[in-house]
Design a protein around this ligand. Sequence first.
Ligand code: ATP
Length: 347
Amino acid sequence: MAEVRISSVTKKFGEVYAVNKFDAVIRDGEFVSILGPSGCGKTTMLRMIAGFEKATGGEIAIGDQIVSKAGNGIFVPPEKRHIGMVFQSYAVWPHMNVFDNVAYPLKIQKVPPEERKERTTKALALVHLEEYAARFPNQLSGGQQQRVALARALVAAPGLLLLDEPLSNLDAKLRESMRFEIKDLQKKLGLTVIYVTHDQAEAMAMSDRIIVMYKGVIQQVDVPTKIYEHPANSTVADFIGLVNFLDGEVKDGVVQLSQIGCSLPLAVNFTGPALVAVRPEHIEISKTSGTLRGKIVSKLYLGDSTDCRVAVGDTVLRIIDRGASFENYADGEEVYLSFGHVMAFPK
Ligand code: ATP
């Protein structure tokens, strides 16, 4: 059982709150990402779960054991938390071959040599590195080195796997295939995974739930679709995906967008000034009909879509069109626009 319960955990470095009152329950067998921009505190939070960093306040429990309780002197060292950890930098030992790197945690635990060999071989098979056991890290690609780190994290059969930006040193293609591999491993082994990343596409693709952090504080905890389609605030809307922001005024179920001279029906539970957000793929371009008029400023061909800039008065909207607009529309052409899913946040 590797449920992780984090209650009001805080970490201060001097006067800076790197993490401020972090509350979350990561369920057994769940894949949860901590997502946020650089410096938001996600690595610090992960390191506190691992035991590499001591919390200033709050409590962390893994399974039935409280591993950290600030002020009460409870602090279980990392090697006793029964976790596996993978770092961005791989952190494999250059002087050991692949087999010895992966076997190392078992050696520390004084597992007998025969069993050690069997479990190491199994862990290498899990990450498809059986053939590479005798090689040294400098004879491996980045992706292979990261697989060594993954096998080493899994060899002691931890219930909880912590990953800190494990794919960010890999090229785009390898990163995508490793996403599938990690996800498959998690399912196959029934692992609880906490995955730190600043890459929202990665978090979306892999996670059961995402914890979005900003400046040390949790902004939203939810499933990927909710985070994308119903962000809790404008910070989350801005960080996740692309968004056009407009000033608005909400009254009687309608939002007035004076900047672009139109009003739209909108179901929100507040009235007054609002920051209105529309994703580029939720605005439709048409030659014949729509809610308002605009003029194509520029367009970029992206293969599966066209990335357009369309001016409505002085406001330029970004629109991603999955139709044939690259061929269909000319720069400077007058078009109609209609809005799909519109979000609004009180100002
Ligand atoms: P990145 O994606 O860039 O690694 P992050 O979200 O993981 O960023 P953290 O590394 O957790 O962010 O850092 C959070 C904040 O705490 C930052 O402002 C950072 O400068 C500060 N910080 C982290 N470690 C220390 C430290 N040992 N001493 C002082 N400040 C620190």
